[in-house]
Design a protein around this ligand. Sequence first.
Ligand SMILES: O=C(O)CCC(=O)C(=O)O
Ligand SMILES: [Fe+2]
Length: 306
Amino acid sequence: MDTSTEPCPGQLRQHSYAVVRGLFDAATTERLREICERVLEQRRRAPRCDNPPVGPQANYMRHLNDPEYHRDHPDDLAFLLNAMGSPQVVESLSAALDEEFLFALSSLYFNPTGESQDGFWHKDKIGAEADVSRRPETGAGLQMQIALVPTDDLEVVPGSHLRDYSPEEHAICVADDGIHNRSNDMPGAVRLHQEPGDAVLFTQLCIHRGRYHTDKLRRSLMISVKKRAAAEFTMRQRGLNYASDQPWFLLPQYFNGVSEDARAFFQEFVAFYAPHWRARLTEVLKYSSLVQRLVEAGEPYPFFGE
Ligand SMILES: O=C(O)CCC(=O)C(=O)O
Ligand SMILES: [Fe+2]
């Protein structure tokens, strides 16, 4: 597309998305790619969680910053955290949201090894989280995808976050139980080209989709952030979830080698969630010590006994 007309982060609120060319330089991008390649390979062998499931159709993974992926590569974890919490990332997100936000999670999107598929068009289902913030038109937070290899896999419908589905969009995204939602005829869709190091930001409230073709290499690092108001709302309503449950941030060594800027960014996330991670660890401790005592006392196996 004509890069002179693409929206900058400050314009995301009108356009649904924004582009930052060259957010990371070539050397940083290349190192991130090596790290993500290694983590992906480890995850395929030994996933740390089953959400999403591994297998030939897998096209994304969560929590690249889980330290178990970096046990033998502590510098990689610091490099990843430094990049994700770098000033240019935080500034782009701030300009796009114009409201207080916290880190949410990291993901990697990659092409599957099994069968090719076009993605399904959707607005993310974020429910009432969308409505509690100062600027409800941008929903609960933001996704930032940084290309580690050239990609055209992301598509958005600009402006679609500001309104309900049009009849044509409804026919594709929702009607007939969603059987048409992989259509290649979405009106007004824009396919976003990214060179390595380029970032695209988009709101979860716009119509968007990815593309998952086995023959089109895809390696896109995604940083998700959540508005503080949305984080407070969800914690109150539902507690920790698959995204916010990242207790590894409590490890004393976790921020070794991480810059002051990146620490400051992640510390707000840690300060918000740490009491909840600690409460959950305390709960686990209560049960695990009890299980051990029951076994030692010769009780029937506690999970199956009467
Ligand atoms: O980039 C993709 O493949 C899909 C991303 C997506 O749907 C999301 O981040 O909500
Ligand atoms: Fe989505």
